[in-house]
Design a binder for this molecule. Structure first.
Ligand code: SAH
Ligand code: SF4
Ligand code: F3S
Length: 472
């Protein structure tokens, strides 16, 4: 059997080759092959994966499939994440559990995609231990899904189609979006940063930006369809446009053009501190660009930042934050932090704690460093022991939780605008949604206002959410 298998060394390559723009359309041959059949998609990982899953759902529905529970699925797709070992463990837990399901429903087609298949070790393991998996593809070819399903329906041979190319751009993809009011919008793909701990540049290919017109048209379409909020996605959105050879058009230009579409709320993730520029900070003064920035710092120690290849210092990060706050008073800042990166000393870690105080983060995703095969940091000799890592994570949590509460407290007694997502998980009579500063708000209000933006007076701040009442 010929397989197209990944190669991490090849995936590292960056040439000056032009990015191909492909227009997706569904071949007649694949229309209706899902009629009367059910699909289900299980998604792990970042918003990029969630957006890809919405595209795959769109493709499958064009083929005639209907969404349904995984137990009844004729096609089951698992979209995987390789960012840390525990993400991979969760995938293996899920796939192990599907063995029995597949035995009961022999014609079920189980597909694996996303970042894990881009690693050689995943393919070896799947071939060795997981015969229940029928189709494996990667991040570069989700638009080929119709052909893969067609081939899997015709043959019991396993299909492995993973490419370690630099990556192209596929336009005109269909979406079935989970929300009717909030949408993910990819503005670029891949990453060229090569932080020494990170697998993403290998699994997602080179940085490549969608053309501004394609993005603006997509957002105009969303406005027409009644969407209120968009979140622009990319691994390093501040690098948007740097790959255009025929024009000078950057992330701040895009923000302003999208602001002009009249969409109520614009968010974006993720920013890289080195590439965040003054023009972007100024663009954030527009009322429909939300006053929240997620700016991953990873560490407060200059030694560690250097070893991570982050290309900025503690002081430079702080300088950007101060400028951002000066231009956008009241902005909420959140971050990502890795503890126990190889070689991190007590002093290095204390530098991270000091930075938290200096910035006043209002939230953070915190991680223990997880070695990723094929990345430089995995070969560093001075790995940190687990006990030290956990101790540091606990200390960091205390600091971050205090920041969450302080960030929430400043809204007590104030009126905030909330896009109402629905009723609270724990109480049917309580509504919930997010404020402009991206704070979760639980409040008493009118259920008819679900899917709209309402004013909520905040009565109490908790660590993880705000409590309030809807007002006129
Ligand atoms: N492109 C984004 C997000 C990358 S993944 C960015 O650069 O900010 C999200 C987060 O996962 C990263 O910010 C980092 O904090 C964390 N992460 C990435 N690789 C990791 C690893 N090997 N171990 C632990 N955390 C990691
Ligand atoms: Fe990974 Fe760094 Fe790229 Fe973020 S910027 S995806 S952390 S390599
Ligand atoms: Fe995970 Fe890939 Fe996203 S590794 S975080 S799914 S880019």
């Amino acid at each position: 059997m010929d397989y197209n298998r990944p190669d991490l060394k090849l995936a590292r390559k960056r040439t000056n080759g032009n990015t191909l723009e492909i227009e997706y359309s569904l071949d007649d041959k694949y229309k209706n092959i899902g009629n009367g059949k059910i699909y289900n998609v299980i998604t792990f990982g970042c918003q990029g994966n969630e957006a890809d899953s919405e595209v795959m759902s769109g493709i499958l529905e064009q083929m005639g499939f209907t969404n349904g529970p995984k137990e009844n699925a004729d096609v089951l797709i698992i979209n995987t994440c390789a960012i840390r070992e525990n993400a991979e463990d969760r995938f293996y837990g899920t796939i192990g559990g599907l063995k029995a399901l597949k035995q009961k429903k022999k014609d079920m087609i189980i597909c694996i995609c996303g970042c894990m298949p881009q690693e050689e070790k995943t393919i070896t393991k799947i071939l060795d231990k997981y015969p229940q998996i029928d189709v494996v593809f990667g991040t570069h070819n989700i638009h080929m899904l119709p052909e893969y399903i067609y081939r899997a329906q015709k043959s019991t041979d396993r299909l492995i189609e993973v490419y370690s190319t630099e990556g192209n751009i596929v336009e005109k993809l269909p979406h079935i979006r989970l929300s009717k009011k909030k949408a993910w919008v990819n503005i670029m793909f891949g990453c060229d940063e090569f932080c020494t701990y990170c697998i993403v540049p290998y699994t997602r290919g080179k940085e490549r930006s969608r053309r501004p017109k394609d993005i603006i048209d997509e957002v105009k379409g969303l406005v027409e369809d009644g969407y209120l909020e968009i979140t622009l996605l990319g691994q390093n959105v501040n690098a948007y446009g740097k790959d255009f050879k025929d024009m000078n058009y950057t992330f701040s230009n895009l923000l302003l053009d999208l602001s002009d579409t009249g969409i109520e709320r614009i968010r974006y993730t993720t920013s890289h501190p080195r590439d965040l520029d003054i023009e972007t900070m100024k663009a954030m003064q527009r009322p429909n660009i939300m006053p929240h920035l997620h700016l991953p710092v990873q560490s407060g120690s200059n030694t560690i930042l250097k070893r991570m290849n982050r290309k900025y210092t503690h002081e430079e990060y702080l300088e950007k934050i101060n400028k951002l706050k000066e231009l956008n008073p009241g902005i909420s800042i959140t971050t990502d932090i890795i503890v126990a990166f190889p070689g991190e000393t007590e002093e290095d870690f204390n530098e991270t704690l000091r930075l938290c105080d200096e910035v006043d983060f209002e939230g953070a995703f915190t991680f223990i460093y997880s070695p990723r095969e094929g990345t430089p940091a995995a070969t560093y000799k001075d790995q940190i022991d687990e006990a030290t890592a956990h101790k540091r994570l606990d200390l960091l949590h205390d600091k971050i939780n205090a920041g969450y509460l302080k960030g929430n407290k400043r809204f007590e007694g104030k009126v905030v605008k909330v896009l109402v997502d629905g009723t609270s998980k724990n109480d049917e009579n309580i509504l919930c949604g997010y404020s402009e500063h991206n704070k979760l708000v639980n409040f008493k209000g009118n259920k008819n206002h679900i899917g709209t933006i309402v004013n909520v007076k905040i009565t109490e701040a908790k660590t993880w959410f705000l409590i309030g009442e809807e007002v006129e």
